[in-house]
Design a protein around this ligand. Structure first.
Ligand code: NAD
Length: 478
C-alpha cells in the first residue's frame, strides 16, 4: 500500500465516510495541489474517540510492558524501513529539504526506540510515611490523550507526542495541521501494521478551529499535548479549563544567540546562520535575535553574511539544498510584512528580503542590522528566514534585553570562558540552552519553554510524567 493516505486513519483503517473538510495539499515548491485529504467531521471524530476509549479499556491498558515495548520497537523499525518514502512525502508536503526530511524521519524512529526502552524503566516509589505501614506509588495511564501538532516539523513532533503517550499505556488521538497531515496519517497506518491494536492511535486531520477545539473540549479526552502558536495555546487552555483537563503546551519563541568577544568567532559566525534559517526559519527554536559584543561586531557580521550568502536556496527534493520554500503563500506574506516594517523603520537590510524564484513560496534569508528593541522584527516571532543583529556593550544590559520578551524557549551562548557560560546560562530565561553550538533537541533530554513559550516538557523521561497519573496506596501493617 502507498503511504500516501488521504482519509482519517481510525480504528485500524481509513475512514472514507467523511468529506466534511477537504484539505488541499499544496507542494510549496511548485504551488500546485498534489493531493486532497478528507478532513474528519464531528461524527468521524466521535467514532475515533469512542474507538480510542474502547481500545484503551479492552486492549492497550492491559498489555504487559514487554508486549507494549515490542510494539513500539516494531513502529521504530517500520519508520526506518520506509524512511525514504516518508521523507519524500514530507518534503513535498511542506517544502523541507530532502536531507533534513530524512533526518527528521530517522529522529522519529529513534524516539519510538527510546520510549520502547523507557517502558521498563518507568516505576513508582516506596515512601517512608509517618504511619505504620507501607506506602507506595503506581504510575497509571490517563486514558485517551490528544496530540495536536503544527506543520513545521510534522513527523518528529507527532512522534514525540505519540511515543511517550503510548509507552505510558494511553490511547492517542493525533491531529496534524491541515496543511501537513500526510506523514501523520502514514504513521497511523505503519503503527497499526506493526501490531498496535486498532483504535490505540487515531489520526484525525481537520481544522484546528473545529476538530482541534472539539477534541480539546471532549469529556473523554484526558489530556491535550499541544505544539503550535502561543495564541492557539492560550485558546486550548481556555477550552480545557471547564473540564480541568491536563494540557501541556509547546509554543512560540524569539530566541537569543549571544556571541561574546572571546568566542571562537569563525565557528560562531559560520554556524549561526543555520540556527535561524534552517527549515526556512520556520522553527520555534530559531535564534532570531543575535547579540554580538561590540569589539567583534563588524568581524562577526562580515563572516555571518558570507556564510548566509553561501546557503543553497532551491528545490527541496534536490540533495544539497539547504533552504526550501516557505510552507505557504500566507506564511511568506506574513514574513514579508515584517521585512517591510524594518524597511519603513529605516533599518539596514544587509542581505535578502527578496524572492529568489518566481514560482514556489521561496524567500531569501534576510539579515537586518541596527534594529531597535521596540521594532516589530525584534520583538515578535516572525517564523521565517529573518534575523536581527544588535551589538552589546555590557553583560547585564544585554541580559535585560535578552529576557525582555514574553517568550523563553531556547538560545545559544558563544564564549570560551566557562564561568561566563554558566553565569549567563543561569540568567537567560529559557527552557533549552546551547553553549558553543545550536543543538537544542535531544531525544533523551527535556524540551520546552519558560514564560509564554509553554508549559510542560516533551522528550526525555520528563515527557512520561505528562502522560501518567500517580496513584498513592497505603497498606496498613496491622
Ligand atoms: P497553530 O497554533 O496555528 O497550529 C498548531 C496546531 O493546532 C494545528 O494542528 C492546528 O490545526 C491546531 N489548532 C489551531 N487552532 C486551534 C484551536 N483553537 N484549538 C485546537 N487546535 C488548534 O501553529 P502553526 O502555525 O501550525 O505552527 C507554528 C507555531 O508553532 C509557531 O508559533 C511555533 O513557534 C510553534 N512551534 C512550537 C514548538 C515548540 O516545541 N515550542 C515547535 C514547533 C512549532
Amino acid at each position: 500500500m502507498s503511504l500516501v493516505i488521504t482519509q482519517p486513519f481510525i480504528n485500524g483503517k481509513v475512514d472514507g465516510s467523511t468529506a466534511d473538510n477537504l484539505l488541499h495539499q499544496i507542494n510549496p515548491a511548485s504551488e500546485e495541489v498534489f493531493t486532497e485529504v478528507q478532513g474528519a467531521g464531528l461524527n468521524c471524530l466521535q467514532r475515533a474517540i469512542d474507538g480510542a476509549q474502547s481500545a484503551f479499556e479492552d486492549h492497550w491498558r492491559s498489555f504487559g510492558t514487554r508486549q507494549r515495548a515490542d510494539v513500539l520497537y516494531g513502529i521504530a523499525a517500520a519508520i526506518k524501513t520506509h524512511r525514504d518514502e516518508l521523507a519524500q512525502i514530507e518534503s513535498m508536503n511542506v517544502g523541507k529539504p530532502i536531507a533534513d526530511a530524512r533526518d527528521e524521519i530517522e529522529l522519529g524512529s529513534r524516539i519510538f526506540e527510546y520510549y520502547a526502552g523507557a517502558i521498563s524503566k518507568t516505576y513508582g516509589q516506596t515512601l517512608p510515611v509517618a504511619k505504620q505501614g507501607l506506602d507506595l506509588t503506581l504510575r497509571e495511564p490517563l486514558g485517551v490523550v490528544a496530540g495536536i501538532v503544527p506543520w513545521n516539523f510534522p513527523f518528529p513532533i507527532a512522534c514525540w507526542k505519540v511515543a511517550p503517550a503510548l509507552a505510558a499505556g494511553n490511547s492517542v488521538l493525533l491531529k496534524p495541521a491541515s496543511i501537513s497531515p500526510l506523514t501523520a496519517l502514514a504513521l497511523g497506518y505503519l503503527a497499526h501494521e506493526a501490531g498496535l491494536p486498532s483504535g490505540v492511535l487515531q489520526v484525525i486531520p481537520g481544522p484546528g478551529s473545529s476538530i482541534g477545539e472539539a477534541i480539546t473540549k471532549h469529556p473523554l479526552v484526558r489530556k491535550v499535548s499541544f505544539t503550535g502558536s502561543t495564541e492557539s495555546g492560550a485558546r486550548i487552555m481556555e477550552l480545557a479549563a471547564p473540564g480541568i483537563k491536563r494540557v501541556s503546551l509547546e509554543l512560540g519563541g524569539k530566541s537569543p544567540n549571544i556571541v561574546f568577544a572571546d568566542a571562537d568567532l569563525e565557528r560562531a559566525a559560520r554556524e549561526s546562520p543555520m540556527s535561524v534559517f534552517a527549515n526556512t526559519g520556520q522553527d520555534c527554536c530559531a535564534r532570531s535575535r543575535i547579540f554580538v559584543e561590540d569589539s567583534i561586531y563588524d568581524a562577526f557580521v562580515e563572516r555571518f553574511l558570507e556564510a548566509t550568502q553561501a546557503l543553497k536556496v532551491g528545490d527541496p527534493l534536490l540533495d544539497g539544498t539547504q533552504l526550501g520554500p516557505m510552507v505557504s503563500a500566507t506564511q511568506r506574506a506574513s514574513v514579508e510584512s515584517y521585512i517591510q516594517s524594518a524597511r519603513q523603520d529605516g533599518r539596514t537590510l544587509a542581505w535578502g528580503g527578496d524572492r529568489p524564484y518566481a514560482k514556489g513560496y521561496y524567500l531569501n534569508p534576510t539579515v537586518i542590522l541596527d534594529t531597535e528593541t521596540n521594532d516589530r522584527c525584534w520583538k515578535e516571532e516572525i517564523f521565517g528566514p529573518v534575523v536581527c543583529i544588535r551589538r552589546f556593550h555590557d553583560e547585564s544590559t544585554m541580559l535585560k534585553e535578552v529576557n525582555d520578551t514574553p517568550y523563553g524557549l531556547s538560545g545559544s551562548i558563544w564564549t570560551q570562558h566557562l564561568a561566563r557560560a554558566i553565569r549567563v546560562a543561569r540568567q537567560v530565561e529559557s527552557g533549552v540552552l546551547s553553549i558553543n553550538t545550536h543543538s537544542s533537541v535531544h531525544v533523551e533530554a527535556p524540551f520546552g519553554g519558560y514564560k509564554q513559550s509553554g508549559i510542560g516538557r516533551d522528550l526525555g523521561m520528563n515527557a512520561l510524567d505528562g502522560y501518567c497519573e500517580i496513584k498513592n496506596i497505603f497498606i496498613a501493617e496491622d
